[in-house]
Design a protein around this ligand. Structure first.
Ligand code: ADP
Length: 432
């Protein structure tokens, strides 16, 4: 097609056209006049084609172009082809967009697309249901003008979207949402809100159940232990009786410490709102820890303390105490008699560090990540034999999380372990 409108052909046509006028001019001896008439003719013809094209592009609604002739036929057809191509591409894009939207609508979570100014570009139906957005009326509105919860505004300002935010739904206080912001593309943001009401309710029920069962088990256990003690004193001291009674009291003792640990764990789990303004008396805490450590060591271990008493943490004394004593008791229980345990509390660049280092059994690397799971034990028999419940490190983990801290474990099988945590700078007070 293009060939017939090539520059060479057009030029040939133009030359032939003017040649005809030139020849007629020669015949009538009016060359200039006829060439002039020819030029005017070609100009008028071209203007007419141009105005038809203009009319078709701007006024006429027909899809097909007007019938052009000569050179202009190629122009009309070319534009027609381009328009057709564009229409097809727009159709394909619209179909793709519709498929994308259907996909986003099928998401089980509320989704909102925001631009770099936090204005809403698009949201799905669940976002309208759970976040109270109205589409398309809210198109272009800033999200912080529509969801005005202070926690949400603070989360947006912080601009650190690593952790999700839990927020009551703006539509219903009873519904709990987990909000995540994901940045993508050219500073755009995707807000995903998941309804976690059911999960939280179930978690609450689980915690309540464990706390209730542990509490209810306490009294029967005390009664059983009391009678066992009485029987041990009064029963005839034959071998079988004594063996069964001592086994029974051993096991009931284990059960008692498990129930107690479960109660401590649920109390710590529940107490999320701890007073972080409260200063812990570190001297009293470390002194009592040292006394308790010496009592647990029964003179069979070398227990040393190295403490900087000028560094005081903020937080809950009972929870910190629980965390520390669990680490110390583990160090002693998982070290053979004759070994040593070193406890240290000192200032570090990021805050203050509490650490317990032992020369005990050590832990193989594959177990380390799972140590803080409830009832996770590396060596079941050893844990049972030393009176372990498998709950100690879970307690430590929860207590530390309330103090913005995490447990760090370094260990080598056969050489020993170092359990430590750092209380961050903002929860530390230096006395001098
Ligand atoms: P347990 O009551 O069984 O000691 P914990 O939650 O306190 O439960 O600890 C989980 C497991 O981690 C223990 O069973 C033990 O195998 C391992 N562990 C904890 N502390 C030490 C340590 N200092 N040295 C070696 N192993 C340890």
């Amino acid at each position: 097609m293009y060939e017939s409108y090539s520059g060479y052909r057009l030029l040939t046509r133009l030359i032939v056209y003017f040649l005809i006028f030139g020849v007629i001019g020669i015949i009538f001896q009016e060359v200039i006049l006829l060439l002039f008439i020819g030029a005017i003719g070609i100009l008028v013809w071209n203007y007419r084609q141009l105005s038809r094209l203009n009319y078709w592009l701007w006024v006429d609604r027909r899809l097909t172009p007007p019938q052009g002739s000569g050179t202009w036929e190629g122009v009309f057809n070319g534009i027609y082809r381009l328009q057709g191509k564009n229409r097809r591409r727009i159709g394909q894009l619209a179909a793709l967009l519709a498929r994308f939207r259907q996909g986003a609508e099928a998401l089980p979570d509320a989704a909102v697309v925001l631009d770099s100014e936090l204005s809403i570009l698009w949201c799905n139906k669940l976002a309208q249901l759970n976040l109270g957005l109205v589409w398309p009326q809210d198109n272009g509105q800033r999200i912080d003008n529509l969801i005005r919860h202070p926690d949400f505004i603070a989360y947006l300002r912080k601009a650190n979207f690593g952790d999700p935010l839990e927020l009551a739904s703006p539509v219903s206080e009873q519904r709990l949402l987990e909000i995540r912001l994901i940045s993508y593309g050219d500073r755009q943001l995707l807000l995903i809100a998941r309804d976690i009401t059911r999960i939280r309710n179930l978690e609450g029920m689980r915690k309540e159940f464990v706390a209730n069962v542990s509490h209810e088990l306490k009294t029967p256990l005390t009664v059983i232990q009391g009678y066992l003690e009485m029987m041990q004193e009064t029963m005839p001291a034959d071998d079988f009786n004594q063996r069964s009674l001592s086994l029974m009291s051993q096991q009931s003792e284990r059960m008692k410490s498990m129930v107690e640990q479960l109660l401590v764990l649920s109390k710590i789990e529940d107490a999320t709102e701890i007073d972080l303004q409260n200063t812990v008396n570190i001297k009293a805490l470390l002194t009592s820890l040292e006394e308790e450590a010496q009592a647990l060591a029964r003179g069979e271990y070398t227990v040393t303390f190295d403490s900087d008493l000028d560094v005081e943490p903020h937080g809950n004394e009972l929870q910190l105490r629980s965390a520390c004593i669990n680490l110390i008791s583990n160090a002693i229980r998982y070290t053979e008699p004759g070994g040593s345990v070193h406890v240290s509390w000192k200032k570090v660049p990021t805050g203050a560090e509490f650490s317990v280092t032992d020369t005990g059994l050590g832990i193989e690397p594959q177990h380390i990540a799972r140590l803080t799971e409830r009832f996770y034990r590396v060596d079941d028999a050893r844990s049972r034999q030393t009176g372990g419940t498998g709950l100690g490190l879970s307690i430590v983990k929860h207590a530390l999380s309330h103090h913005h801290s995490e447990l760090k474990v370094e260990s080598e099988r056969g050489k020993g372990s170092r359990f430590s945590f750092v209380i961050p700078q903002h929860l530390i007070e230096l006395k001098h």
